[in-house]
Design a protein around this ligand. Structure first.
Ligand code: FMN
Length: 286
């Protein structure tokens, strides 16, 4: 995948969840582009090294009857899409974060190529999807996404969903980014060259647009600790590790594009332990 040859910030800014697709069948050339992106094997993340615990399959709905489509749980809710990408995982300590990173990287590549996508972690029928794809015993479908050409305009129910969860809005910097302690907001000035990677993180998609990410910078260093805030809704809490993988993906792709060097480590510093925030990973910039 050659995502670094185009401006990652432009791709991140142009991505949005698409639930209304052009229902024309995809041209063979487009299908090939999608398969080529999925075939990319360079999918290491800060959460896994050589071994990958996720894989992706495409399900074509063209030949399925309305009844079969209804059973998949996205019928009527996602309209016009004839193809879905199914994200399949197997157990591993950081598999949700790894999956979030990898699937988002693929989604950004699809966005770059003009395809529409929508992360789906809840509103689909896992069991019925599992019946129509080849799955091993220890595998589990984590999330899926429709893929296709976005329709010219969003339909009314799509707009209503977006309004209900304020999908186009993001929390302010002073709610998300902090310095040394969660009572001291991090300013863009103090973030210095990391202001842009943090801004790209802020634009990330998240389940229910909950934006659980909270980042703590150690003063006078380029060390950033990544956490998620425990919320009241248990269903969303279950998806927050995936949200964190997505957030790390945006931050990481941006620092790569800016040639900022450093290392990712997963090691919680006891000075930075907080009851209501779950630690995920640390970036130590040079
Ligand atoms: C892990 C995850 C799971 C999601 N699950 C669903 C879902 O089940 N149904 C849905 O309509 N949108 C789902 N979304 C999409 C979010 O609602 C959307 O990303 C958020 O509202 C921000 O809007 P945007 O993607 O247009 O920026 C999910 C997003 C993420 C990251």
């Amino acid at each position: 995948m050659n995502i670094n040859s185009k401006s990652i910030s432009e791709i991140i800014k142009s991505r949005t969840s698409i639930r209304t697709f052009n229902s024309d069948l995809l041209a063979n050339e487009d299908k090939k582009k999608i398969l080529d992106i999925l075939k990319d094997t360079n999918l290491n993340t800060p959460f896994n090294e050589q071994e990958q615990h996720c894989r992706f399959e495409i399900v074509e709905l063209e030949s399925k009857s309305p009844e079969e489509k209804r059973k998949l749980g996205t019928y009527g809710f996602i309209t016009g899409a004839n193809q879905f990408i199914i994200g399949i995982t197997r157990k591993s300590e950081y598999v949700k974060e790894e999956f979030g990173y990898i699937f988002e990287k693929l989604i950004l590549e699809f966005t770059k190529q003009g395809f529409g996508t929508c992360w789906l972690g809840g509103t689909f029928n896992r069991e019925n999807y599992a019946k129509i794809i080849d799955m091993k015993e220890n595998e589990y479908i984590l999330c899926i996404s429709p893929i296709g050409i976005p329709a010219n305009s969003r339909r009314m129910s799509d707009k209503l969903i977006r309004n209900a969860i304020k999908a186009s809005k993001r929390k302010k910097w002073n709610t998300l980014f902090f310095e040394d302690d969660f009572s001291i907001p991090l300013t863009k000035n103090n973030a210095e060259k990391y202001a842009i990677p943090l801004e790209m993180l802020r634009l990330a998609p998240s389940a229910g647009n909950k934006q659980p990410w909270r980042i703590l910078k150690e003063k006078n260093t380029n060390t950033f600790h990544f956490y998620w805030k425990i919320g009241k809704n248990l269903n969303y809490n279950k998806l927050h590790k995936i949200d964190m993988g997505i957030a790390v993906c945006h931050f990481d792709l941006m620092i790569q594009e800016m040639d900022l060097t450093g290392n990712w480590i997963i090691k919680q510093d006891s000075t930075f332990k907080f009851d209501q925030f779950k630690y995920v990973i640390t970036w130590i910039g040079e």
